[in-house]
Design a protein around this ligand. Sequence first.
Ligand SMILES: C[S@@+](CC[C@H](N)C(=O)[O-])C[C@H]1O[C@@H](n2cnc3c(N)ncnc32)[C@H](O)[C@@H]1O
Ligand code: SF4
Length: 219
Amino acid sequence: MDATAPASPADAADRFARPAAARPFGVYVHFPYCAHRCPYCDFAVTTAPVPGGGRYARAVLAELSLRAAPFDAFRLVSIYLGGGTPSRWAVEEIAEVLSAIRARFGAAALAEVTIEANPESCDRTRLAAWRAAGVNRVSIGVQSFDPGVLAQLGRRHDPGTAARAVRTAAEELGNASVKAAQAIKAACPSDYSLTPTGRLAAMEQRLQAVRLAIEESKQ
Ligand SMILES: C[S@@+](CC[C@H](N)C(=O)[O-])C[C@H]1O[C@@H](n2cnc3c(N)ncnc32)[C@H](O)[C@@H]1O
Ligand code: SF4
């Protein structure tokens, strides 16, 4: 048996189409829909209903075919589904979009496929479906394990929901990162808005601290 033989026809096509030294690149897919708008958020989001009938996935696929060509000689190493709240996106549509991206660019070098999730939409059923669709990392918007800070930030989850989401994500995917809001003005006495219990849960996973940039008009 030839040890260098490609595992599948797709791998073979990928090997001949892309030089090994091709520059790596990642694909970012934005899902702007949120159940509600957090008062501090300055990302491109909307609280309009998620379009039904797979319309958003079709729009993403149309954009993919328009923009893909310049990247054909590059190596796809990561896909990031960000938002907004992509954890609210129908899992069949996520699977369709991820599959189209892999088919377009090849998946031989694809190491990380991340989805951003709000704790309240990060349950075991969704996590298992994301994993089946090829997701291998979830970034959870915990912000804080302090109920007072969560209320001040206008978040919809409580500390228990956040802790469960982190634990379940670690069990289902083995790769969860926790986003915590740092330096939330006077509301937060410590630098990280995690209580000791929260810190414990976060330490088991990768902790990503984001410094909140709160505009004058949102304070
Ligand atoms: C845009 S949200 C998308 C994912 C998810 N909806 C969530 O809330 O985590 C990603 C992260 O951006 C951060 N973020 C939102 N508004 C911010 C701001 N004004 N300054 C810094 N970080 C912000 C939050 O910490 C949030 O976890
Ligand atoms: S859920 Fe996330 S993306 Fe949506 S408004 Fe809140 S911080 Fe922004």
